[in-house]
Ligand binder design. Structure first.
Ligand code: ADE
Length: 424
């Protein structure tokens, strides 16, 4: 047993981004190890706008493993947390800090308990892949605390067992989750295709939609798709392997037209698989008018320009993720979005468009009167009245591709008290 009379405490804080898949992960071939039926590719989002911060601490005085999420204590008993804790502990190395009188031998790590505090800087229920950022951050922070020597690829295989798409949050920029072949899952890891500086023209605008809790969880939905959808198996075997190669090439060459075409087509096929599932999964159910409007708006605009300006992608929820080829296009996109989805009169413009607000300034929008003065997009025919959906979008987040996990060395950024190991 750890000597409880000792009162030292060792603390690490890390910050990890979330990610959005442009070639979707949908379907597991192993539910316990979380092994997918196809490769997927994602863009890591700038952690300045969307991220998880997690502090982990170890002390001989801790009585049991405990976790607080967004300030509330939660249970760590779930299989997914337990897998990550077990896998990291089993890879821990010696940690010594003579000044503090700390010495933990690798074989003793399972005698010590940890405290974990995690905070998402965006609403956890907003459907913005919080578990991806959260589990990636947990694994990354624990690995630093326990002096785990494994590289990011090997850590990604651990994060994957917490939440599949978490493995892609261990890198910045553009990331591929390789499905792997091994039954152990050791080769089902994330690899970085390009870092966040490789294609930094891209601007990402997320329309966050207020919605009821998802009717079908992703885990259940995926299982039902694997069991009943012939399209899922065709997609995994015949479609995605070719699409992955094309997407890698598009990213390498910064070829926006190909990137956009592949992103939109793959999002639409993912939703087709959901409809092909028995019983069908309607992720676009009560919000479909919004998605259809956004898809039509982007498709029409792209066609009128002769080449794609914006890509759209929808996950298993109502939020739209829109990727503009550059800042100029992002400005025009935001004008279109605010034209169709103006804020509710009670909403402050400042809290309606968050993240990189300079795009709002570039769009010449400083006050509600500027939103009201927006004209219909020129590609819309004059004789078609344009319907508006006030209050339909909760808020927009303007962001861009961003970096991978980092350790936050400043004590002020820790979520746990340095003396008690309890949330600050
Ligand atoms: N699920 C959602 N957010 C999370 C977080 N920050 N850590 C662990 N699990 C989560």
């Amino acid at each position: 047993m750890a000597d409880k009379s000792q009162n030292w405490i060792l603390i690490v804080t890390a910050q990890t981004p979330t990610n959005i898949a442009v070639i979707k992960y949908w379907g597991k071939r192993d539910e316990t190890l979380i092994l997918p039926v196809n490769d997927s590719i994602s863009v890591t989002l700038d952690p300045n706008h969307l991220c998880t911060t997690t502090t982990v601490a170890v002390s001989p005085s801790f009585e049991k493993d405990r976790m607080w999420l967004n300030g509330k204590e939660i249970s760590l008993s779930g299989d997914r947390f337990q897998s990550c804790l077990r896998e990291i502990r089993s890879r821990a190395s010696d940690v010594e800090d003579e000044e503090k009188g700390i010495c933990i031998r690798k074989q003793d790590w399972d005698k010590f308990h940890v405290h974990i505090a995690s905070y998402n800087n965006f609403p956890t229920a907003a459907g913005l892949a919080s578990s991806a950022a959260g589990l990636a951050c947990l694994v990354f922070a624990l690995a630093k605390l326990m002096n785990v020597k494994e590289d990011l690829g090997q850590l990604s295989a651990i994060a994957r067992q917490g939440s599949g798409s978490a493995c892609r949050s261990l890198y910045g920029g553009f990331v591929k989750w390789v499905m792997g072949n091994d039954a152990s899952g050791s080769d089902s890891i994330a690899v970085q295709l390009a870092n966040e500086t490789h294609w930094d023209d891209l601007v990402i605008i997320i329309a966050v939609v207020s919605s009821r809790q998802k009717e079908t969880s992703s885990t259940t939905g995926m299982r039902e798709s694997v069991e009943t959808s012939p399209l899922l198996h065709h997609r995994a075997k015949e479609v995605v392997p070719k699409r992955i190669l094309q997407m890698q090439e598009a990213i390498q060459n910064r070829d926006f037209p190909s990137f956009a075409r592949l992103t939109c087509t793959d999002s639409n096929q993912f939703h087709a698989v959901c409809l092909d599932t028995r019983p069908p999964i309607f992720y676009m159910n009560d919000t479909s008018h919004r998605q259809v409007l956004i898809i039509n708006c982007i498709e029409k605009w792209n066609r009128s320009e002769g080449t794609p300006q914006v890509a759209y992608t929808f996950d298993a929820g109502p939020n739209a993720v829109l990727i503009a080829r550059n800042r100029n296009v992002a400005t025009l996109l935001l004008q279109r979005l605010l034209f169709y989805f103006p804020p509710h009169p009670d909403t402050e413009l400042n809290s309606y468009v968050i993240g990189d607000k300079s795009i709002l300034q570039d769009a010449g929008i400083e006050a509600m009167k500027d939103v009201e003065a927006l004209l219909p997009p020129p590609e819309i025919k004059d004789n078609v009245p344009s319907q508006k959906y006030k209050g339909d979008v909760s808020y927009f987040i303007c962001t861009k591709p961003g970096r991978g996990p980092v350790v936050l060395a400043d004590e002020s950024q820790s979520l746990l008290h340095p003396k008690t190991g309890l949330p600050k």
